[in-house]
Design a protein around this ligand. Structure first.
Ligand code: AHM
Ligand code: MG
Length: 333
């Protein structure tokens, strides 16, 4: 079988759909290269002094792991000098990171969660990197946080790398979703799944059940009905999976269907859910919709949310269309 590399895919995609100009291709290739470096660090584990805590806290007051900090540095350094970006924003940094003056300023803005699934780093369970690409506003000279406040529907590209038994890169530029596997010997990304499609019907759900007592009624009702099995209102037995790495849970759903939920709950009404709109919900919603699935915050399409601040959290329901529509309908009743 002829192998198609990430570069060849991007060049041919531009010819076909005119949706990946040279500077966006450079951006995607640089991010993919950074993910390769992160994958290499992840693979070293205890041999690479990358496990454990960095003894620092990020903007959300979460203790940073060494690998959170290392991955953030790798992405910043890789993307600074190419001339394709105006600014970056990261889950691990309080404010935006404009491109230093010594480098030319480009037309895109990159957002990322450098290392998602931090609680799984030290136990050798799949983790990942999530990224989102926006266009810098026309005529922008000095980027500010306000320039990033664009709805997810404005994303020009989004993707994630999952560091699991294999390292994979899943990418959309708005014309479907494709998956590349890292050939570790050759150091290259090879196209291994074209036009991924999420099955519309499913019997699998993902939610952290330990929060059950804190849920709001629509989520309780939806999950109770699934748990009732064949003789319940849904008329079928459901299976549950929760990896606690969003990349790994979403990757499973892209491949065999399912619904992923991180709802808001009653613990802290000022924090609507755990996941961040700009680094987690938006890029994953873009990918899921491009693969024929759906993504809402329970009330509206995630990609339509007008962001208020960089580190904003939102409830997330995404995956197989019929299930997302069902739980969203329960929120509207
Ligand atoms: P992180 O970005 O700090 O790693 O947090 C996000 C992760 C998601 O990958 C995952 O779905 C969720 O947190 C798991 O949360 P919990 O530990 O509450 O189950
Ligand atoms: Mg994270």
């Amino acid at each position: 079988m002829k192998r198609v590399s990430l570069t060849q895919y991007l060049v041919e995609e531009q010819r076909l759909h005119n949706n990946i100009p040279a500077s966006l291709r450079l951006l995607i290739e640089v991010v993919a290269r950074a993910c390769k470096t992160i994958s290499h660090s992840v693979g070293k584990g205890a041999l690479g002094d990358i496990l454990g805590s960095a003894n620092t806290e990020n903007i959300q007051g979460e203790v940073q792991k060494k690998l959170d900090v290392i991955s953030n540095e790798i992405l910043l350094e890789a993307n600074e000098w190419g001339g394709h970006l105006a600014a970056m924003a990261s889950e691990e940094m309080e404010s935006i990171h404009p491109i230093p003056n010594r480098y030319p300023m480009g037309e895109y803005m990159l957002l990322f969660d450098p290392l998602d699934g931090s609680s799984n780093i030290d136990v050798n369970v799949s983790i990942g990197t999530i990224f989102s690409v926006l266009k810098a506003p026309e005529g922008m000279t000095a980027p500010t946080e306000a320039d990033f406040m664009q709805a997810g529907s404005k994303q020009v590209a989004a993707g994630y790398a999952v560091y699991g038994p294999q390292t994979m890169l899943v990418l959309t530029t708005g014309a479907g979703v494709n998956c590349f596997t890292l050939d570790r010997e050759m150091g290259s990304w090879v196209l291994t799944q074209k036009d991924m499609q999420i099955p519309e019907e499913t019997k699998e759900f993902a939610i952290n059940m330990s929060n059950q007592r804190h849920w709001y009624p629509p989520v309780t009702r939806y999950v109770d009905e699934m748990l009732a099995g064949k003789t319940g209102p849904r008329g079928k037995d459901f299976n549950m999976r929760w990896i606690a790495s969003m990349v790994a849970d979403v990757h499973r759903i892209l491949n065999r269907g399912g619904i992923f939920m991180y709802p808001a709950d009653q613990r802290d009404p000022s924090q609507p859910g755990k996941l961040r709109l700009m680094y987690e919900a938006n890029p994953m919603a873009f990918i899921v919709e491009q693969a024929g699935g759906a993504a809402t915050d329970g009330k509206q399409r995630i990609l339509d949310i007008a962001p208020q601040k960089l580190h904003q959290r939102v409830p997330v329901f995404l995956g197989s269309k019929s299930e997302v529509e069902c739980v969203t309908a329960y929120h509207q009743e």
